[in-house]
Design a protein around this ligand. Sequence first.
Ligand SMILES: Nc1nc2c(ncn2[C@@H]2O[C@H](COP(=O)(O)OP(=O)(O)OP(=O)(O)O)[C@@H](O)[C@H]2O)c(=O)[nH]1
Ligand SMILES: C=C(OP(=O)(O)O)C(=O)O
Length: 230
Amino acid sequence: MATASGGISEDGGVHRAVDLVVPVKTLDRAKTRLFGAADGGVGDRHAHSALVLALAADTVSAATAAEGVGRVLVVSSDPDVAATLGALGVEVAPEGPEPGLNAALRHGARLLRASNPDGVVGALQADLPALRPAELAAALAGAAGRRAFCPDRQGTGTTLLLSAPGGDLAPRFGVGSAQAHAGDAVTLLGPWPSLRCDVDTAEDLVMARNLGLGRRTATVLGVSCAPCAS
Ligand SMILES: Nc1nc2c(ncn2[C@@H]2O[C@H](COP(=O)(O)OP(=O)(O)OP(=O)(O)O)[C@@H](O)[C@H]2O)c(=O)[nH]1
Ligand SMILES: C=C(OP(=O)(O)O)C(=O)O
């Protein structure tokens, strides 16, 4: 279970838990490349919204179960996202005045920083339905107090970005974000396929299904999740 106070690392140094921002777009605008994936190409918008919400719920559920994670703050202005993810026990804040993904992340990081001025804050994408808590925990430990990021499985995008302790999150998400983050952050690479498997397309969804989906995404798709991720 995640601890807010952190723990003792193998070398005896005290490490503190990482506070994470998870951004979620309003459901009617989100995951356009996945449109139709929830219902075999029919393209019903309710089915699509249910899939996007399930992806986020499985991600958040795995994140809260990961060792080394402290607060999880969802930044979203969608009331359905707020209700469903809030019911999982995480904090939810609406977006700030500035639109867009990086602005939402900066806003969330500022909120977390207020009570964690010296610690690590991070950004975790909300489309990781196969995420294993142990893989996220291993990546957090691998950062070892450095500004760091984990690239997606294609190596071009970013699934996780971590500040240095007390440092600015400075998110540069968007096309080619792995290259942008590599400019001033350590690249985290390890046996963490579930952390790298963000789901943007129907092909990504197949990859995530092969790893083992979380229960909510599997339910929406009407498939088995064994071995279920979360
Ligand atoms: N709060 C917030 N989250 C965002 C915003 N844009 C993207 N996100 C989230 O950031 C993560 C990564 O975004 P993308 O994978 O590009 O998702 P997307 O923009 O919904 O997908 P496409 O429409 O297919 O490009 C997902 O968890 C999105 O929900 C935004 O403007 N505000
Ligand atoms: C915004 C990003 O997500 P994606 O590539 O999944 O759209 C990113 O990786 O920077």
